[in-house]
Design a protein around this ligand. Structure first.
Ligand code: PLP
Length: 261
């Protein structure tokens, strides 16, 4: 049976992040990818030139078209841009049978462009995070959501607990941005009491565009194929490690991770 995954995210014209990264990753991991676009970005490896959100009625129409027809194995969100779009996604998904739902709380692109309006953070916390089987923040995103600075593993533990208390089924707090260790330590905790750390040597490369999108998409693909959450996270960690190690030096800025590594 063909496993079907869904991404609800923004387009990256440069092809390294967003919907493009998600669909390539879904394909690479043997799932059929569907997509509902929330925004279009004009973007390359040097940065974001322009952002245009999609009309909310069209976001809803895309979701309805997909959910009325396909049996979705798992879904993820990426760039959501506004409170209005987040509320529309929450309302629409709650009218359909549930599936494992991964929220990658995308906020700011590497170059500093905002991919989520400030006013949308409350909507993300109240309307979407409680629906998530897994939340996958990096450190800057977890700092915003948990409202605390994170500079150590013990800070990561406290922040992850706070995020679980917001209603997510599990939290994968990605430690790649931490500066006090040569390792990338990702902390997984679940509402069921599971806890583990995935530790890998930090890879020295500038070509990491789309890392977060690709990691969350890989987890989503594994969940769509029926893998249990912890297994999906561990398989996806291997996938993203290889994708970063084999990052593509294309364009003149931060090249993309290699989805086909
Ligand atoms: N553009 C879009 C549409 C995204 O969804 C994301 C990340 O989620 C980015 C850009 C940012 O990617 P990066 O921070 O890896 O440059």
């Amino acid at each position: 049976m063909t496993s079907i995954a869904l991404t609800i995210a923004g387009s990256d014209s440069g092809g390294g992040a967003g919907i493009q990264a998600d669909l390539k990753t879904f394909q690479e991991l043997g799932t059929f990818g569907t997509s509902a676009l929330t925004a279009v970005t004009a973007q390359n490896t040097l940065g974001v030139h322009a952002v245009q959100p999609i009309d909310t009625s069209i976001v809803i129409a895309q979701l309805e078209a997909i959910l009325d027809d396909f049996t979705i194995g798992a879904a993820k969100t990426g760039m959501l841009f506004s409170a209005e779009i987040i509320e529309a996604i929450s309302d629409t998904l709650s009218r359909y049978p549930t599936f494992p739902f991964v929220i990658d709380p995308v906020m700011i692109a590497k170059g500093g462009a905002s991919l989520l309006q400030q006013a949308a953070i409350v909507a993300l916390k109240e309307r979407l995070i409680p629906m998530a089987a897994l939340l996958t923040p990096n450190i800057p995103e977890a700092e915003v959501l948990a409202e605390m600075p994170i500079t150590s593993l013990s800070h990561m533990e406290i922040a992850a607990k706070r995020l679980l208390e917001m209603g997510a089924g599990a939290v994968l707090l990605k430690g790649g941005h931490r500066e006090d260790t040569p390792f990338a330590e990702d902390l997984f905790v679940s509402a069921d009491g599971e806890r583990f750390i995935m530790k890998s040597k930090r890879i020295q490369t500038k070509d990491t565009h789309g890392t977060g999108c690709t990691f969350a998409a890989a987890i989503t693909a594994e969940l769509a194929k029926g893998a249990p959450m912890t297994e999906a996270v561990i398989t996806a960690k291997h996938f993203i490690h290889a994708a970063i190690e084999d990052g593509l030096s294309i364009g003149n800025g931060h090249g993309p991770t290699n989805h086909a590594a």
